[in-house]
Write a protein that binds this ligand. Structure first.
Ligand code: SF4
Ligand code: SF4
Length: 248
């Protein structure tokens, strides 16, 4: 792909992933030399000006009608769609409201009063629930090295590889001593890797911001957490933090 036309769109999220894009720092010229950015949601007042995109990045969860329309339109125009950030990939923090619609409505009224100013769905969805997504870049926020790798692969016509192993593998690769050995409970064994384990590297437990590993051993992890004094209610909250879905 020679100088692809690239667009960036945003929906319901904190925009941390957007800022992470700007943090690629010295690699930013590398990216900009190889692509034409035709739409960048945070900078454009009137987005969606191009008719076609080679690559479209979508950030944020689908949380309202406008979001749902946007992703459909982007899908029609783009050859390759990348969901970037855990909100786009899994619902993320906006999906915290998913399990309880009544609670969601109560919070809405508490914040906005009787007149609900913001019309949103009672649930926040990952983008792939609405359209076909070609690649997921997990993380809350995304990992800046991964951005470079994914963009490079797409330009070269390769499908980016999505990690299918746990954060513990990243720990082992980096020579990080396991926090469990120090009595610190960690979600690394059940979480999607690819971040290079920055949290365990700084002695902080992984809280699974890249989402749950599909074939994770949840019962073993729950047993471990329980042994470290965490009750079942808290464990369920930890497991569902970035998806809004209870692990069965
Ligand atoms: S610190 Fe966490 S992520 Fe690292 S090896 Fe231990 S359990 Fe796995
Ligand atoms: S170590 Fe865990 S919480 Fe930290 S960035 Fe990686 S997946 Fe996210």
């Amino acid at each position: 792909m020679v100088r692809p036309k690239v667009a960036f769109f945003g929906m319901t999220s904190c925009k941390g992933c957007y800022f992470q894009l700007l943090l690629v720092n010295e690699k930013l010229p590398y990216l900009l030399d190889r692509m034409d950015v035709v739409d960048f949601w945070m900078l454009n007042e009137a987005p969606k000006k191009a008719d076609k995109y080679d690559i479209a990045f979508i950030d944020g969860a689908v949380s309202n009608h406008e979001n749902a329309e946007l992703v459909r339109e982007v899908r029609e125009k783009a050859k390759f769609v990348i969901a970037f950030g855990t909100c786009a990939c899994l619902g993320g923090i906006p999906a915290l409201r998913n399990p309880d619609e009544k609670q969601h409505n109560a919070y809405h009224k508490m914040v906005y009063g009787k007149e609900i100013a913001i019309k949103s769905y009672p649930h926040a969805d990952p983008v792939h629930k609405h359209i076909h997504v070609d690649c997921h870049m997990y993380g809350c926020p995304i990992n800046e090295h991964e951005i470079i790798e994914v963009v490079r692969d797409v330009i070269l016509g390769k499908k980016p590889v999505e990690p299918d192993y746990p954060v513990c593998v990243d720990c082992k690769k980096a020579g990080i001593s396991c926090l469990f050995k120090e009595g610190v409970p960690c979600l690394g064994p059940v979480s999607i890797a690819g971040c290079d384990a920055p949290c365990p590297a700084s002695k902080t437990a992984c809280d699974g911001c890249r989402g749950p590993l599909p074939d994770a051993n949840w019962s073993e992890e729950a047993k471990l957490l329980k042994e470290h004094g965490i009750d079942r209610k808290k464990i369920d909250m930890m497991f569902s933090k970035y998806t809004g879905e209870k692990v069965k």
